[in-house]
Design a protein around this ligand. Sequence first.
Ligand SMILES: Nc1ncnc2c1ncn2[C@@H]1O[C@H](COP(=O)(O)OP(=O)(O)O)[C@@H](O)[C@H]1O
Ligand SMILES: [Mg+2]
Length: 300
Amino acid sequence: MTAQLYKADGSISRATGPAPNSTVKFFPIFSVANQYNRFQPILELRLAHPLLKRVSEAARRRRMIKTKNLTKIFTTAEVETTAINNVNMEVQDGEFVAIMGPSGCGKSTFLHIAGMLDCPTDGEYYFMGEEVTKYSEKKRASLRKGNIGFVFQSFNLIDELTVFENIELPLLYLGFSSTQRKNRVNDILEQLEIMPRKNHFPQQISGGQQQRVAVARAVISGPRIILADEPTGNLDSTHGDDVMKILVDLNEHGTTIVMVTHSPAYADYANRVIHLFDGHIVTENLKEKYEKQVRPVAAL
Ligand SMILES: Nc1ncnc2c1ncn2[C@@H]1O[C@H](COP(=O)(O)OP(=O)(O)O)[C@@H](O)[C@H]1O
Ligand SMILES: [Mg+2]
């Protein structure tokens, strides 16, 4: 049997095979099935329109981080530890999120996975819309470059480089000129009060100063997102406030921040606080100015 189908350009195509129903046979243009076939190409054309594609692409990219059932199990000879257990969460572009929870609950592990420095054992991780868990190290490194600034809990400064050189490093990778590098590094050295230490090596400065160098290195290139693991953990309140001022200022200018902290006062700068316990999200608090609400995990 042959059915006549009208295409979007008005031409008729003939499909062989049994007609779906008798209406198609006699009045092809009025049948529901045929109406669908008639408008489907137009619909597809509309969805493929570059402008609409750009809009949906933009919406996808607004989501900086998304995890689906993210799980990380560390296996050593003696013990198996579930550091992250089925975590589902999203961080939108421009958000300031604080992560809190007792020691050992998986905060650093989560941040390492978020920064593509480690891989989950199960689940999915989307960074700026891309599922990155199966990416090669090279691909992950290129996605990190310019997009992520990471403040390590243990600082991870390079012992052989001076304070100035450690902070300058991301700018070198990104091809900034020597003058640009000098200006930017000197600015942040002033802001964080470490200028007198610029030619010292990491072992020659205190833990608090090393932490400020680690923060400076993470923010210097103006990344899209800063993942900061207890960035004020070793600082007195004055220097802690200086670091927070920089993070808040960057956030106000559009940088997304995810910060692990034990300080309720500093968590208060965030617009959302996520509480972890034993690798789970226990609660999520959205700040009053962003409509205060507490959502239990089950509702996420
Ligand atoms: N490389 C690793 N090998 C084995 N266990 C690990 C490793 N890293 C972290 N863990 C374990 O995973 C759990 C979560 O650690 P972590 O993410 O560092 O917690 P937090 O940052 O909240 O203190 C802890 O029980 C820790 O001992
Ligand atoms: Mg930690």
